[in-house]
Design a protein around this ligand. Sequence first.
Ligand code: SAM
Length: 246
Amino acid sequence: MTVSAELAEISQWWRTQWSATRSGPMPAARGPRPFRIAGSANDQTTRDGVDNPYWQFVRQLPSVDAGLDGVAADGFARGLPVGHHLLTMRYSWAIPSPGDIGWLADLLGHRGLVEIGAGSGYWAWQARQAGIDVLAYEPSDPADNGYSDGVEYLATLRGDHTAAGRHPDRAMLLCWPSQGDPWAALALAAYAGDLLVYIGEGPGGRCADDGFFELLGRHWTPAGASPHHVSWSRTRCTMTAYRRTT
Ligand SMILES: C[S@@+](CC[C@H](N)C(=O)[O-])C[C@H]1O[C@@H](n2cnc3c(N)ncnc32)[C@H](O)[C@@H]1O
C-alpha cells in the first residue's frame, strides 16, 4: 500500500471517529481531544524538497497534549489503521520532526555527525537532507534486523559500538539504544569527541542500561534539548545534547 493510500485510510478513520462521537463539522486543528497536529499550533513545516514520510503520518495521527513536554502522538488509538508499532518498525523508534532536524543542524553548525545503532538509517537520511555530513553505523544487515522492517533509507555502514571510537571529530548520535544492553555505554566509553545527541527515554526507561546513564552523569552535562520533539504517547522520549565535562 502506498503512503498516500495509508494517509487516506487515516482520514477515513478520523471521519469515523467524529461521526461516532458527535455531529457537526470535524475539527481541523486543536480542539476536543484527541486532535491532529496537522493544522494546529503544534504543526511543523517540512522544508521544500525534503522527504519525511514519517512526519507526514505523525502529523495526521491523533495526538494528545503532553503538558510541559508539548505534544505526543497517540499511535494506539482504537481502530487506527496505521499506528505506533508499524511506524517505529518501518522508520525509526523516535519521531524526527522537521523542527528536530533544524535544531540538530543548528547545533552542529559545520560539524559532522556519526550515528551508532542507526537501524534503518532514517534519522541519518533526514540529517543528510538538511545538509549534515553524516555517517551511520548499524551492525545488522537490514534484512536481519529485528528492530526494523528491513528497508534502509540511507545506506548504513556495517559496524557496532566500536565505530564510535573512530570519529572523535564528529558529534555522536544515539537514538533508542537497545534496552538493557551495554552497547550504548560501550559506545560512549569508546567515543573521544565532546558532543553527544541522545534521543530516547531517561534512566530506568526503555533505552540503554544503567551503565550508560552513570557514564553520562559522570562525564557529560546537558547542553539543550529540542523544543520541537514529538514523543509517542506512553513514552518519555526527549532529544538532548550533552557536552563532555571530563
Ligand atoms: C531499538 S533499535 C533503534 C534503531 C534506530 N536507532 C531507531 O531509532 O530506529 C536498536 C538498534 O541497536 C542496534 N544494535 C544492537 N547491538 C548493537 C551494538 N553492539 N552496537 C551498535 N548498535 C547495536 C540494533 O541492531 C538496532 O538497530
